[in-house]
Design a protein around this ligand. Structure first.
Ligand code: NAD
Length: 364
């Protein structure tokens, strides 16, 4: 149950501490898009240079290199975790124990066992955990979701999902990247996780997977190329392709339903934004979809869209726009993909507690 702590502050805005000044800068921009709803009043990073530069950029004067200092700040409602992946579980659990709300970058955890610990802790805590899947917040995705949820798309047939990005050796100079112990996975976990989340967001859960992975682009421990065939619970089929070796970066989803085909934009880091093509199967489908979308109003995308929806959930106590169940679903898919690639076998979901990779996709 959310407590409307934002209301306790003089201006009614929820107070936020951002931890980690890489993508954390994007989160700050997202909060700043809602100045009446959020105020980022504290910043944490173990890198003092980055901390100072980000604090100066956004005029955030309260800065610390100590995560524990952040937990002790009584006037902070939300701790937003943007640190490297292997720190997320420990930090999220600590924030819940401190009685605050948590925003946590992907991946929330390095195993299904760990995310189940976070889910259990959330059940006991005053605060809740919102994982970050900001690609859902774009006009194209919103319209497709609306049409599908109204039942106008009909039977789902097939989807193709491409994540074709580019990462050079310079990217891996950041020490946590490219290493199994600190990045926890490669292109499937760190990069394609967004588009794969969009797939399940729009086409529902996955029933089985067969995957291949390879490391071909950079000399790293994690995979940087992957392909997979999926059967969705609906019976639809999906094909995933993910690489960090594309010299033109795109993300692309193409979703074929009985009544309509959706084609995303190609924007690599915001494929949910318009322009999406919505291609009806017939004049009748065209009319129905046209009517359903007639009142559609463009809304904020990316982090700004996510934070706007987050505020609504915080103040009303309603469902979070992205939940730990959503994050768990994406990590279950990741677990199945890694298990399939490692064993050369078809893997059925769900992944149970007795599965050899329930406690970590790296160790079977
Ligand atoms: N949602 C997205 O689109 C998106 C984009 C990029 C990264 N990410 C995710 O965000 C996380 C961070 O990625 P990044 O690219 O910003 O990495 P980064 O290395 O650029 O930034 C992480 C920051 O965390 C700091 N840090 C490390 N340990 C810390 C600690 N104990 N306490 C406080 N600060 C600490 C580092 O000094 C660094 O400045 C990763 O999990 C990544 O997968 C998400």
């Amino acid at each position: 149950m959310a407590i409307a702590r934002g209301a306790a502050h003089q201006d009614g805005a929820w107070t936020v501490a951002v931890v980690g000044c890489g993508i954390g800068r994007g989160h700050i921009e997202g909060y700043k898009a809602h100045p009446d709803k959020f105020r980022v009043t504290a910043l944490c990073d173990v890198d003092e240079g980055r901390l100072a530069a980000t604090g100066d950029e956004f005029a955030i004067t309260r800065r610390t290199v100590s995560f524990d200092d952040i937990l002790r700040l009584a006037d902070i409602d939300i701790v937003d975790i943007c640190t490297p992946p292997a720190l997320h579980v420990t930090q999220a659990l600590a924030v819940l124990v401190a009685g605050k709300e948590v925003v946590c970058e992907k991946p929330v955890a390095g195993s299904l066992a760990d995310i189940d610990r976070v889910i259990a802790a959330e059940g006991e805590a005053a605060g809740r955990v919102m994982p970050v899947f900001q690609y859902r917040f774009g006009d194209g995705v919103r319209k497709a979701k609306h049409v599908i949820d109204l039942g106008l798309a009909g039977t789902s047939y097939l989807a193709t999902v491409e994540t074709a990005w580019r990462r050079t050796p310079e990217y891996y100079r950041t020490m946590w990247r490219g290493r199994l112990q600190s990045e926890l996975g490669g292109v499937l976990l760190t990069h394609a996780i967004h588009s794969h989340d969009l797939l399940t967001y729009l086409m529902g859960p996955v029933a089985s997977v067969f995957a291949h992975t390879a490391t071909r682009i950079n000399p790293v421990e994690v995979e940087d190329c992957a392909v997979a065939s999926l059967v969705m619970q609906s019976g639809a089929l999906a094909s995933l392709a993910a690489t960090l070796g594309s010299h033109r970066e795109i993300s692309r989803l193409r979703l074929c339903f009985e009544q309509v085909t959706f084609e995303s934009s190609l924007a690599p880091y915001s494929p949910g934004d318009d322009p999406w093509s919505i291609i009806p199967a017939s004049p009748t489908a065209n009319d129905r979809i046209g009517n359903a979308l007639a009142g559609y109003r463009s809304a904020q995308s990316g982090f700004a869209g996510l934070m706007g929806a987050y505020h609504e959930a915080l103040t009303t106590g309603g469902a979070l726009p992205v939940t730990l169940a959503d994050a768990r679903q994406s990590l279950e898919l990741v677990t199945a993909l890694y298990h399939s690639a490692a064993t050369g076998s078809l893997v059925d979901l769900p992944i149970g507690r007795d599965h050899p990779r329930y406690s970590g996709w790296q160790a079977a």
